[in-house]
Design a binder for this molecule. Sequence first.
Ligand code: SFD
Ligand code: AMP
Length: 622
Amino acid sequence: MPNFETVEVKTDVLILGGGMAACGAAVEASYWAKKNNLKVTLVDKAAMDRSGAVAMGLSAINQYVDVNTGKNTINDYVDYVRNDLMGITREDLVANIARHVDSSVHLFEKWGLPIWKDADGAYVHEGRWQLMINGESYKVIVAEAAKNAIGIDNIYERVFITDPLIKDGKCVGAVGFSVRENKFYVFKAKSVLCTMGGAVHVFKPRSSGEGLGRSWYPPFNSGASAYFTIRGGAEMTCQEVRFIPVRFKDAYGPVGAWFLLFKSRATNCLGENYMETNRPELDNWKPYGMVKPVPANLRNWLMMLDVTAGNGPIFMRTEEAIAKIADASPDEKTKKKKLKELEAEAWEDFLDMTISQAILWAATNTAPEEKPSEIAACEPYFIGSHSGASGAWVSGPEDIAHKDYFWGYPNMTTVEGMFAAGDASGASSHKFSSGSHAEGRIAAKGAISYAVDHAGEPTFDDAELEEMKKRILLPLDVFEENKGATTDPDINPNYIRPKMYMFRLQKIMDEYAGGVSTNFTTNKHLLERGLELLDFLKEDSEKLAAEDLHELMRCWENVHRTWQAEAHIRTILFREETRWPGYYFRADCPSMKADWEVFANCKWDPKTGKWEMIKRDMHRVY
Ligand code: SFD
Ligand code: AMP
């Protein structure tokens, strides 16, 4: 094995990840740290300026409640989220984020983010909760503020976190390695905030072959949060609530601006609008089928019914929507100007956040004002901050949370000293970029309080650390020792490379856990077989091989994905109903059941290595 230096960093509050939640956390934690003479440290596997889901930028801020003007109340937002998630949501967490999110948005604007304004100077809304932005540099702007607050010396970029340090049931730090230098990192902290995003490429993607790697969710987020919290022994929630966005086909361009701002229709090959023709199906999913807007999974479901019936392709009617808006102009000259404006907005929507979709339009001679574009349901992702809900089960705020949902510090997981926010915390969907930032601030304040209340220096056994170092770097040895056994380094009797491992994981998930090729459908027997195959895959994870540091990261990304996959299968199996058709369909339990209006939680015990499945009551507070 190459010689790896061990670098030990002692801090008070450790923030893992450098995305939206981490940036919010950095700003808030730094403020309180100064008052309490504490040190805050942040670790990101990439460079904060362009890391995580907002790397490419965004064209909208999807959560702005607008409480000050009285347009909406916190209650309105909680209603929206509960309904969109078919009744399953932690209202205390959603409300806590909703009451703080507007101030995050105001900070973004103060830091230089251009938010669209109308002639009267008011924010331009995409929909009721969404604001339009010129957001190509959104992440750069938000990261700059975070970096200034925390100080460059306290930031470790390009350090990949693998595991938590757990001592006597408490989280006292994290370990990982540099993806650029032969350095093994040990971070010891009084409290740890996990904000390492969600997971992609757990399921086989639609994009394969030359398109491999392209996805809606950023390929860099690979289940680190789920792994970190599960392995620490934290209770997890909503692990079955994957997210399947509908997107412009093959390059994953966003649809929100088209549906909400441009008021576009989507139609099948017969020119029918599935939201109208398939509307009677909504009766089967009462009461949530009746709410407005129709929940995201049910919108998907109505579209999928058409596709399954052989009525594809489905088209976003961009040409029709643009014409309708332009035709409302009072005269020809204004109409021409309006057309140009709409054309620019359509392209910018993609250029601000999904550049590949603009490239695909250019490559296929698509002018949105002239012809429609295909849309399709993506492969499943794990993202607790959008319209999915997977993540850790965290404590709510003292003033709102039911007693079952409160255990001392806001956003602390069930493991002492371990906090979670953004995609890493569950059952609080629809926080998006802005709400994740706000939740990062909430969680950071909790983590600071914990560090103040538990001032003892964190310690960890050196021999155990040495064992962890060996285990984490093992794939480098496995490759080095066995690479000569064959002429093709990809094929070897003694090891598996991370890419091949990933393909096997994706095949299992796709075929047994309801991926694209099984039309998002599964049942008890398929899930049980999937678990059996996952066990074999986990055995082989000990034979993962890495040629270099980059591949070592790939190895661990796939181990992380595997744990996310297992939590997902176990929870779909546990919940004996179908509650989110359009996300997944349990063919053996094809309808929604009143006695399943509860949280399906799970927990892995680090001592016994056993999983426990837990039902938790739903307490309404709004
Ligand atoms: O329209 C490790 N989101 C949108 N939100 C909006 O407000 N508006 C939009 O327009 C949005 N759109 C959108 C969105 C997401 C995606 C993927 C697309 C389009 C294509 C949602 C938000 O982006 C999302 O809610 C937040 O970003 C979530 O914040 P957070 O902090 O939970 O995750 P992150 O920002 O992805 O950051 C994760 C960080 O973790 C790091 N990381 N670091 C160390 N070690 C490891 N092992 C690590 N693994 C990961 C990452 O580098 C990153 O820094 S629309 O389509 O909906
Ligand atoms: P998207 O581009 O699909 O991520 O959507 C951006 C925002 O608009 C999210 O808050 C979505 O929930 C919302 N949204 C997208 N399409 C619709 C729709 N047809 N009806 C209501 N809300 C939508």
